[in-house]
Design a protein around this ligand. Structure first.
Ligand code: ADP
Ligand code: ZN
Length: 721
C-alpha cells in the first residue's frame, strides 16, 4: 500500500489522501497521524472505494507521519461507522469521533504518579496536615484527587510529601481490570428461566447474528438469565457489552454484577474521568476488558473480540441521542451485532412497539418470561378517579393514597410516590401581577427548587437565585407555586405523616454514584418510609419492603401530543408499578387520573398489556407512524430568528414532491427557543419503503445556508420538541 485515504476526525476537512512512506506498515483500519498544513491530525486508513473523494495526483501527496500503537479498527466496525453515518444522515467523521472516544488512549502505554501515606509522621503537625492524615488512610490517588478528598490544598499535601509522610507510587495507566469469573456464583434458574438461558447460551456459542427480544415482566429474572449468557461468553474468552440507560447505571446494578462475577464490570459513561476513559478504551481495544457495562456511547467502542450485546431496559427513550449524531443505540446495537455476527438481546418488561413488531414478524426471536421469580405476585393496580375523589384544596394526593400511606407507615412497610417532575413546582408566578418566571434562553418556565433555593431551566441548565421581589412589579416575597413537583409532594407527605422518613429521589438529589449508593443502602436498611421520585425510581431498584406505589399524575405524560406519549406513559407506569411487592408481601398500585377511560390507563388498570399494545398498534398503523411508516425531522436553528425562519422557508419552498413522502412545515418548533437558538421544524412522514435519507441528502445538498444556520436531521425521532 503506497497511498492511503483517511477518514479524519474533523468533518469539514473531508476525505484526505496521503503517501505511505517506505517501511511504514498500514492497513485499512490503522489509526495514523498525518500532516495538514502546519498541524498534525489523526485519521483512520479506509478503503478508498468506500470513501468517495477527489483523487489527488501522486506528486502532491504528503507522507503519513506515524502509525499509532493501537489495534486497527476492524472491518465490522468500519462498516458500522459507514452504516450509522448513512442511516442517520451524519458525517462519518462524527461517528468516528464516538469510536475514538479517548485521545489519550491513542498515545500508547504510559504511567502516572499517585501518592499514599507512608506511615511516617511529619515532625511538625498543623491542623490541616492532621486533617489530611486522617482523611487519607488507605487512599491512593493523584495529588489533586487526594486534596479534594481531604479537603485541603495541594500545597498542604506537597509539604507532607517533602516531609516523607506521603510517598509517590508509579502506576501503570493501563493496569488490568480484575478478572470476572463466570462461575463465581452458582445460580439455580427456574425451568422457564433455564430454557431461555439455554437459547441465549447456544447463540453465544454459535457465533452468528441472532437478535432476541427478551420480554419478561419486572422481577422475572431477565438480568439473571442474560447473566448466564454473559458467563457463557466469558468461558470462551470473549467480550460482552451490556448497554443500560445512563440513569440505570447505578451502584446497585454494578454491585449485583460484582456479586455474580466476583469483579465489577468495566464501566463507560459520560462522567468518566479522562484517565478512566483512557484505561477502559485501551482494555476494550486490547480485548482484556471482559464485560463492559455502559451507556449508549459504549456501543461504538473498538471491542477486540465481542461475542454478545445486551441492551437492558431496551424500550428506554434515553437510548436515543438527541444531538450530534442522532442515533438510537437500540437499533445500532442490532446492526453492530449483524456486522460482527453475534447475538444481541433486547431486554424489557415493556418493549417498544417497534421491537414487538420485529418479534412478531419473526425477525427477532421472542423469549418470554411471563411470571415473577419465586412466586412473587404482580401488584394489584387500582385507579383513583380524581374527578370523583379529589384531593383536599391545595393538595395533590387523594384520600385513597393518603389512607394507603398511613396504613403502610403503620405496618413498617415502604411506599413510593411517582411524579415525573423535578423541583417544587413546574411554574412560578408573582402573586400580585401574575408575572411568570421564564428562561431567557428557552421557551420554558423556570422551575423552583426549594432544597437548593434556585430557579432552574430544565432545558439549558440556566439557574438563578429566587428574586427577593418581582422583577415586573416590585412586589416583595411574591412567588407562588403552580402545580406540583416532587418536592411539593414530599412536603404534602410530611404534613400527613410528620414522623415518616421521606426521601426525594431525582437527578438533582441522586446526582453522584456515592449519593445513589447511600440512598439504596438506606432504603434497603428500612431507614426510609416514603420515596418520592421522578422516573429515576422507576427502574432497577429492588426493595422487598416496598408494597405501595402511588402514581401522582398518570395524565401528565399524555399531554403535549407526542407521538409516543401513550406508549411512554404505559411503560413508565408499568415500570414503576413493578417496584411494588417484589418480596414476600403483595404490592398495591394506586394510579391517580382524570381520564380513567383513556385506553392506556384502562389497560394499565386491567393489567391487560395486550389490549394496550393492540390499540396502540392500530393507532400507529392508522397514522402511518412507526413501525408502519417512518418519521424524520429537520430542525433549522439560528441565534437570529429571522435568519432561522428564512432558511426554514427556503427549505420548505424547495421541498421535493414525492408520492410516498409527506412533508409538513416549516413551523416554529414546540420549543421555539432552545439554548438561545430559534428553531423551526419540518416533519417527513414516509412509507416504510421510501428512501427518506437519500431524499433528505439530495434536498439539503442543493442549498447553501448562512454560517449561523444549523440544520439538524433526526431520523426516527423520539423527541418532537
Ligand atoms: P428483572 O431483570 O426481570 O426485573 P431480576 O433479574 O432483577 O428480574 O430478578 C428479580 C429478583 O429475583 C432479583 O432480586 C433476583 O436476584 C431474583 N432472582 C431471579 N431469578 C433468580 C434465581 N433463579 N435465583 C435466585 N434469585 C433470582
Ligand atoms: Zn433555558
Amino acid at each position: 500500500m503506497n497511498r492511503a485515504r483517511l477518514l479524519v476526525l474533523n468533518a469539514p476537512l473531508g476525505v484526505l489522501d496521503y503517501r505511505v512512506p517506505q517501511g511504514m506498515a498500514v492497513e485499512p483500519g490503522s489509526i495514523v497521524v498525518a500532516p495538514l498544513g502546519p498541524r498534525q491530525i489523526v485519521g483512520v486508513v479506509w478503503e478508498p472505494e468506500r470513501l468517495p473523494g477527489d483523487e489527488v495526483p501522486e506528486a502532491k501527496l504528503r507522507p503519513l507521519l506515524d502509525v499509532l500503537p493501537v489495534p486497527p479498527l476492524k472491518p465490522a466496525l468500519r462498516r458500522l461507522i459507514e452504516w450509522t453515518a448513512d442511516y442517520y444522515c451524519a458525517p462519518p467523521s462524527a461517528v468516528l469521533r464516538m469510536v475514538i472516544a479517548s485521545g489519550g488512549a491513542l498515545r500508547g502505554p504510559s504511567t502516572t504518579t499517585e501518592y499514599r501515606l507512608s506511615g511516617i509522621e511529619p515532625d511538625r503537625m498543623t491542623p490541616k496536615r492532621m486533617q489530611a492524615l486522617d482523611a487519607l488512610q488507605g487512599e491512593q490517588a493523584s495529588m489533586r484527587e487526594l486534596a479534594e478528598l481531604a479537603g485541603v490544598s495541594e500545597a498542604v499535601l506537597r509539604s507532607l510529601s517533602q516531609l516523607g509522610a506521603l510517598e509517590p507510587v508509579t502506576v501503570d495507566c493501563d493496569r488490568p481490570y480484575p478478572a470476572a469469573d463466570p462461575d463465581h456464583l452458582d445460580v439455580t434458574l427456574s425451568s422457564e428461566q433455564a430454557a431461555v438461558a439455554d437459547e441465549l447460551i447456544a447463540a453465544v456459542q454459535a457465533r452468528a447474528f441472532a437478535p432476541f427480544l427478551l420480554d419478561g415482566v419486572t422481577g422475572s429474572g431477565k438480568t439473571e438469565v442474560y447473566s448466564e449468557a454473559i458467563a457463557a461468553a466469558l468461558r470462551t474468552g470473549r467480550q460482552v457489552l451490556v448497554l443500560l440507560p445512563e440513569i440505570a447505571l447505578t451502584e446497585a446494578f454494578l454491585r449485583r454484577f460484582e456479586d455474580r462475577f466476583g469483579a465489577a464490570p468495566v464501566t463507560w459513561h459520560s462522567s468518566l474521568k479522562s484517565s478512566e476513559r483512557r484505561r477502559a478504551w485501551r482494555a476494550i481495544a486490547a480485548g482484556t476488558a471482559q464485560v463492559v457495562v455502559g451507556a449508549r456511547s459504549a456501543l461504538f467502542l473498538p471491542y477486540a473480540k465481542l461475542s454478545l450485546i445486551v441492551v437492558d431496559e431496551a424500550h428506554e427513550v434515553s437510548f436515543k441521542q438527541d444531538d450530534g449524531v442522532r442515533y438510537n443505540a437500540r437499533d445500532v446495537a442490532v446492526m453492530r451485532a449483524r456486522f460482527e455476527q453475534l447475538p444481541v438481546v433486547l431486554a424489557s418488561a415493556t418493549p417498544a412497539l417497534e421491537s414487538l413488531q420485529m418479534a412478531e414478524s419473526g425477525i427477532y426471536r421472542n423469549l418470554d418470561l411471563p411470571a415473577r421469580f419465586g412466586g412473587a405476585q404482580l401488584p394489584e393496580i387500582r385507579l383513583v378517579n380524581l374527578t370523583e375523589q379529589p384531593p383536599d384544596r391545595g393538595n395533590w394526593l387523594s384520600p385513597a393514597i393518603n389512607t394507603a400511606l398511613v396504613d403502610r407507615l403503620g405496618k413498617g412497610e415502604q411506599s413510593l410516590l411517582f411524579l415525573n417532575r423535578r423541583g417544587y413546582a413546574p411554574l412560578t408566578l408573582c402573586r400580585k401581577c401574575g408575572h411568570r418566571f421564564q428562561c431567557d434562553n428557552c421557551s420554558a418556565w423556570l422551575v423552583e427548587h426549594r432544597f437548593s433555593q434556585r430557579l432552574a431551566c430544565h432545558h439549558c441548565g440556566h439557574e438563578e437565585k429566587p428574586p427577593l421581589a418581582c422583577p415586573e412589579c416590585g412586589e416583595p416575597d411574591c412567588m407562588v407555586a403552580c402545580g406540583p413537583g416532587v418536592e411539593r409532594i414530599a412536603d404534602e407527605v410530611a404534613g400527613l405523616l410528620p414522623e415518616a422518613r421521606i426521601a426525594v429521589v431525582t437527578s438533582d438529589t441522586l446526582g453522584s454514584p456515592e449519593r445513589a449508593a447511600a440512598f439504596v443502602a438506606e432504603a434497603e436498611a428500612g431507614a426510609i418510609d416514603v420515596i418520592v421520585g421522578t422516573q429515576l425510581v422507576t427502574k432497577g431498584f429492588h426493595f422487598p419492603e416496598l408494597t405501595l406505589v402511588g402514581v401522582v399524575d398518570a395524565d401528565l405524560g399524555l399531554e403535549g401530543g407526542d407521538l409516543r406519549a401513550a406508549e411512554r406513559t404505559y411503560q413508565q407506569i408499568a415500570q414503576v408499578a413493578g417496584r411494588a411487592g417484589r418480596g414476600a408481601k403483595p404490592g398495591e398500585v394506586l394510579i391517580q387520573t382524570r381520564h380513567p377511560e383513556a385506553p392506556v390507563i384502562a389497560a394499565l388498570a386491567a393489567g391487560d398489556r395486550d389490549a394496550f399494545y393492540d390499540a396502540e398498534t392500530e393507532a400507529r398503523r392508522h397514522a402511518g407512524a412507526p413501525p408502519f411508516g417512518r418519521w424524520a425531522a429537520i430542525i433549522v436553528s439560528s441565534e437570529d430568528d429571522t435568519e432561522a425562519r428564512e432558511a426554514a422557508n427556503r427549505l420548505g419552498a424547495t421541498r421535493p414532491h414525492l408520492p410516498d413522502i409527506m412533508i409538513y412545515g416549516p413551523a416554529p418548533a414546540p420549543m421555539a427557543l432552545l439554548r438561545g437558538r430559534y428553531r423551526y421544524r419540518l416533519l417527513l412522514n414516509a412509507r416504510r419503503s421510501a428512501h427518506v435519507q437519500d431524499v433528505i441528502r439530495k434536498w439539503l445538498d442543493q442549498l447553501d445556508f448562512p454560517r449561523g444556520v444549523r440544520i439538524g436531521v433526526d431520523i426516527d425521532p423520539y423527541s418532537f420538541v
